[in-house]
Write a protein that binds this ligand. Structure first.
Ligand SMILES: *Cc1c(COP(=O)(O)O)cnc(C)c1O
Length: 461
């Protein structure tokens, strides 16, 4: 490595530290618009190269106005994680090591660290310890992987090899899913050739939990291969499907049960919250995110399957130059071959926070979300529409969608905190997610004040 490259790296290091020191003091709302950014980054294709340091300085300057304060303690939109600095430190090393974590021989350390961190995850989440764990880009790919494993298992049982023959001429696969399932589960069904619409949708109750009666009836009516998809942590209410009332019945019918647990499965680390997830451990496959509640840098998710051989059969890439040995080859459990060594950041975050640290973080966020909801609901015309059981809640202002939309606009204009809207049971709402590590009570208080000020402004118009 030459001096110029070292300078570019040092500059990146300093800029990164500066950014993270400032981000908590600034508005999380990006200042730039798409056209400003196009102008800043654009221009013709560079014909001649430039010094690395110059390029990195330009990148840092130009990107700054268009960065969203995901790691700000006043970021509450969507369920996203803030890339914890210790995870980032591990990730810097990962990038500099430049490992391809596809298989053991490409990077023994990457493969073994995924093996170890995977086992830790199973213990922390109290999921079947025999499970295989694929380190993927996020819950979308983890859902995809779980659904492919399920597709393999239910079709194999009726003598159909879906990996070799595909779905043309295959026996029908029933898919049962809750009407409040996350959009990316439907994407996963779309990718898997099972269709987004060709599903049996089960209604949900007022807190977005699947209705048991409807689900059991659908299971009864299904003949042949069946996938059932449940969720731990609904995106709006944070609530959990009634696992123990459904999963045993689904297994009696020979169905495969997949759990979308992107953030909610982390509740299992807290003795106080774990009760809400009872019975989930009996499912066949699970998706969990690292880049949400574990605070690892993007991207990082886990595809967990209690039947490792099924998991591997659904995902294995076979090529003559890829040694098939008795080694843990990560690519047998994910949809990719060349891949980022995501295990390092996961390993570092678990080591850094420890079981206690992760538990405290999750319990703090749940406490703060409940407090936040209470502060808002004190004011007339403001209604929290769900029972707050985890870190998520939905709040509506007045009785028209337009009013809530305008409150969100005003909040973003004010810039104290970052929130966005969504549709909840046919109504436009502001969705609050408390999931950023450094968020404390003062951030909640100041953000609640800003939101209520916006509401007062909209009401007065
Ligand atoms: C975030 C989320 C997903 C999608 O996960 P990505 O990490 O964005 O791929 C799926 N399901 C739920 C419940 C989520 O919260």
């Amino acid at each position: 490595m030459n001096e110029e490259q070292k300078k570019a790296l040092a500059l990146a290091f300093n800029e990164a530290i500066k950014y993270r020191q400032e981000v908590g003091k600034q508005s999380p709302v990006p200042r730039a618009r798409a056209d400003d950014l196009r102008k800043a980054f654009g221009g013709g294709v560079p014909e001649k190269g430039r010094a690395g340091e110059v390029v990195i300085r330009e990148l840092a300057e130009k990107a700054a106005p268009g960065l969203l304060g995901l790691n700000s303690p006043k970021f509450f939109a969507w369920v996203m994680g803030p890339s914890h600095p210790i995870g980032v430190a591990a990730d810097w090393l990962t990038s500099m090591w430049g490992q391809n974590a596809g298989n053991y021989f490409c990077s023994p350390s990457a493969a073994i660290v995924e093996e170890v961190a995977g086992k830790w995850l199973l213990q922390l989440l109290d999921l079947p310890t025999i499970s295989s764990v694929g380190f993927v880009t996020g819950a979308t790919m983890a859902n995809f992987t779980g659904i492919l494993a399920g597709r393999h298992a239910v079709l194999q049982k009726v003598g159909w090899n879906v990996e070799e023959k595909g779905l043309f001429g295959a026996p029908d696969v029933n898919v049962i899913i809750g009407e409040e399932a996350h959009a990316t589960v439907f994407s996963a069904l779309q990718f898997a050739g099972l269709g987004r619409e060709r599903v049996i949708k089960i209604p949900a109750d007022g807190n977005a939990r699947m209705e048991v009666k409807g689900c059991l009836k659908a299971l009864e009516n299904c003949q042949g291969p069946t996938l059932l998809i449940l969720q731990a942590g609904q995106i709006n209410s944070g609530d959990f499907d009634p696992f123990s009332e459904i999963i045993p019945k689904a297994h009696e019918k020979g169905a495969w049960v997949h759990i979308d647990g992107a953030f909610g499965l982390w509740a299992r680390i807290s003795p106080a919250l774990k009760g809400m997830t009872t019975g989930v451990e009996d499912a066949d496959s699970f998706s969990v995110d690292g880049h949400k509640w574990l605070q690892t840098p993007y991207d990082c998710g886990y595809a967990i399957c209690r039947h490792p051989e099924v998991h591997a059969k659904a995902m294995t890439i076979a090529a003559s130059y890829l040694p098939v040995e008795d080694f843990p080859d990560p690519s047998h459990f994910v949809p990719e071959l060349s891949r980022r060594a995501r295990g390092f950041a996961t390993w570092a975050m678990i080591k850094h926070l420890g079981r206690e640290g992760i538990r405290d973080l999750i319990e703090k966020h749940v406490r703060l979300a409940k407090h936040f909801a209470k502060l808002l609901a004190l004011v007339e015309g403001v209604e929290v529409l769900n029972t707050v059981v985890l870190n998520q809640f939905v709040v509506r202002f007045g009785d028209e969608d337009q009013l809530t939309k305008r409150v969100i606009e005003e909040v973003l204009k004010d810039g104290t905190c970052f929130v966005r809207g969504a549709l909840w049971q046919g109504k436009w709402i502001m969705r609050i997610s408390v999931i950023t590590g450094p968020t404390e009570e003062q951030d909640i208080r100041e953000s609640a004040e800003a939101i209520l000020k916006a509401w007062a402004k909209v009401k007065a118009l």
